[in-house]
Design a protein around this ligand. Structure first.
Ligand code: UD1
Ligand code: UDP
Length: 374
């Protein structure tokens, strides 16, 4: 069975890497990897860590790219790859512009699509933007849906997707996380090497969502600065996303704050170790909401909504919104009230047991046998 996997950004790469590795190892499959490089440096960090060599690299990234630029670039770039490879199935992941455009291109070639991380929804078309619509549209193009949780499956069924085509697998991010977290690791980054994680309380921060750019991001960063100024034993470590708009706001707000350390994006292994050694995480990332429950680290999600309510229910994650005072007061509570902290800092696995990739491979074999019979 010839399987072509397509991804382009950091989170897709982290979540697809263990799956592509498994496809490459299993003689049942011929694996073809096409990266769009919607991200460049942040994608390459993941490819290097997991030692993946793409068969095709569309090298699309442009500084300050618009959504239309990415969409058009993927559609035209992937056309000839599909024409040449003629895979039996195209696998895409999640909700990026790469995801939707690659799925659409596969559909134009009448090639079935398998959607990994299917069925997440906020039901607000502008939040996350444009991801909510990317995943809804991809879901309606896909033939096979690999849903991380029962709730994701239910969402798809409500939209009229055939239940027989939905397989609950857990999230492949847990496969990636467990593989990376079990290896011993010493920090190489100078800032991280110098922090005494025993004495200091480290807050790991990331923030990049398009709907937060501008005013909301300002409020979020001001709240984090308030906390850094208030607590002497806190060190904030912020690997800043490479989006120039994010970098501009971060420098404006954190410029002169001695215990806020803005560093370059970390490769996945140091980043997982940073999360694991941190006291608290403040983020608008989707993936980190899935990783943190496994690590037992409290997360304040600086967004107005989340498509990952399982983490809220598990208690590890709180929705902090985008208002300065609210974010600061929730962080303050976790830094001063031990009982409040302990009630969040508990490990659980709502997103799976690290066997999602195995389940997807089994499902692909089953799907191929079904289509042979019919
Ligand atoms: C994209 C995805 C988002 C995902 C996020 C993960 C879309 C619409 N958005 O958003 O779903 O959560 O990635 O990070 O698909 N840049 C670099 N080097 C890099 C990466 C980015 O310089 O390695 C800069 C470029 O100037 C680029 C800009 O960041 O134009 C924005 O990248 P883009 O992929 O358009 O949007 P993200 O906000 O990263
Ligand atoms: N991550 C990383 N290095 C960093 C910041 C994040 O490897 O410097 C990882 C993080 O653990 C998670 C993923 O990147 O698995 C999240 O990516 P991002 O925030 O870019 O996208 P999102 O999760 O919001 O889609």
């Amino acid at each position: 069975m010839k399987v072509m996997s397509v991804f382009g950004t950091r989170p897709e790469a982290i979540k697809m890497a263990p799956l592509v590795k498994k496809l490459q190892e299993d003689p049942y499959f011929e694996s073809v990897l096409c990266v769009t490089a919607q991200h460049r440096e942040m994608l390459d960090q993941v490819l290097e860590l997991f030692q993946l060599r793409p068969d095709y690299d569309l090298n699309l990234m442009k500084p300050n790219q618009t959504l239309s630029m990415i969409t058009a670039g993927v559609l035209t770039g992937i056309d000839e790859v599909l024409e040449k490879e003629k895979p039996d199935i195209v696998l895409v992941h999640g909700d990026t512009s790469t995801t939707f455009s690659a799925a659409l291109a596969a559909f134009y070639h009448k090639i079935p699509v398998g959607h990994v991380e299917a069925g997440l929804r906020t039901y607000d078309m502008y939040s996350p933007f444009p991801e909510e619509i990317n995943r809804v549209l991809t879901g309606h193009i896909a033939s096979w849906h690999f849903a991380p949780t029962q709730r994701n499956r239910d969402n798809l069924i409500r939209e009229g997707i055939d239940p027989e085509k939905i397989i609950i697998t857990g999230n492949t991010v847990i496969d990636a996380l467990l593989e990376v977290a079990r290896k011993p690791y010493e920090f190489e980054n100078g800032v991280l090497k110098d922090i005494d994680f025993g004495e200091k309380r480290v807050i790991a921060v990331t923030c990049h969502r398009r709907e937060n750019l501008g005013e909301y991001m300002h409020h979020i960063f001001e709240a984090i600065r308030d906390i850094a100024e208030e607590f002497e034993d806190v060190e904030v470590v912020y690997p800043v996303h490479m989006n120039p708009k994010v970098r501009e706001t971060a420098s404006e707000v954190f410029g002169s704050c001695p215990n806020v350390h803005m560093i370059e994006p970390l490769s996945y292994q140091p980043f997982v170790n940073l999360m694991a050694r941190s006291y608290l995480i403040i983020t608008d990332s989707g993936g980190m909401q899935e990783e943190a429950p496994s690590l037992g680290k409290p997360v304040l999600v600086v967004r107005k909504e989340t498509e990952r309510p399982e983490a809220l229910q598990a208690g590890t994650v709180k929705l902090a919104g985008v208002e300065r005072e609210n974010i600061a007061s929730l962080a303050r509570e976790l830094l001063t009230d031990r009982a409040a902290y302990d009630s969040m800092a508990k490990a659980s696995n709502p997103y799976g047991d690290g066997k999602a990739c195995e389940k997807i491979l089994e499902a692909l074999k089953w799907a191929e046998n079904q289509s042979r019979k019919s």
